[in-house]
Design a protein around this ligand. Sequence first.
Ligand SMILES: CC(C)(COP(=O)(O)OP(=O)(O)OC[C@H]1O[C@@H](n2cnc3c(N)ncnc32)[C@H](O)[C@@H]1OP(=O)(O)O)[C@@H](O)C(=O)NCCC(=O)NCCS
Length: 208
Amino acid sequence: MEPDTTGTGAGRVTLRRGLPAGAEQQAAELYWGAFGRKLGPALNPPDQAVAFLAAHLNADRAVCALLDQRVVGLAGYQVDGRALTGGSAAAVLRAYGHLRGLHRLLLLALFERRPAPGQLVMDGIAVHTDLRGHGIGSLLIEEVAAVAAERRCREIRLDVIDTNPRAEALYRRRGFTAVRTRPTPCLRGLLGFGAVTTMCRPVGTTQP
Ligand SMILES: CC(C)(COP(=O)(O)OP(=O)(O)OC[C@H]1O[C@@H](n2cnc3c(N)ncnc32)[C@H](O)[C@@H]1OP(=O)(O)O)[C@@H](O)C(=O)NCCC(=O)NCCS
């Protein structure tokens, strides 16, 4: 598909389906910058975490925003049993060792999200820190919505944690509504959040 270029307050951003070959490290660093706090206990130390993420990204499950050929934003999604972040249990144990890897597997299992039939799960959207607030996140969400429509999904689903009210506000503006909130008090000390809200948006709705 032809790349889509769109003006944002940050300049001319090119939207692209899929990660460009060779951009795995950039994408993993961006992802870690946004989600390192949450994923740290499972994948730390940071260097090893970024290397693990980069080695196991599924390039065909991302929508990217490029500025001057640099990945400045990405949104991962899961559909047909495949998500942006990969890595089997065996890969975790290989990378971290059998003893040190076991509790990591348990933590990673907490983040497992499986789409119901007809759903596409958006599982990780991140924009470079210096470029936030210029509309790139909104462009990525709409591109993921276009993917969902092309795949004839009926709904997009995502989770947002209670310590991220600005992301939740963005999702509401982009047509998502909260369907359930699960308190996770046991995770507050370890992962920093105390509740997870699931939000959905029907496919076929467009936002201005
Ligand atoms: C959430 C995120 C992807 C939005 O990307 P973006 O390019 O800034 O989004 P847009 O410019 O289209 O929209 C801006 C809105 O995003 C939301 N937002 C969330 N975190 C933000 C941040 N750190 N800086 C700026 N906007 C943020 C706000 O609602 C903001 O609107 P506001 O300025 O009225 O508060 C981006 O802020 C980010 O990467 N955050 C860190 C990772 C993250 O929290 N991902 C979501 C997990 S559920």
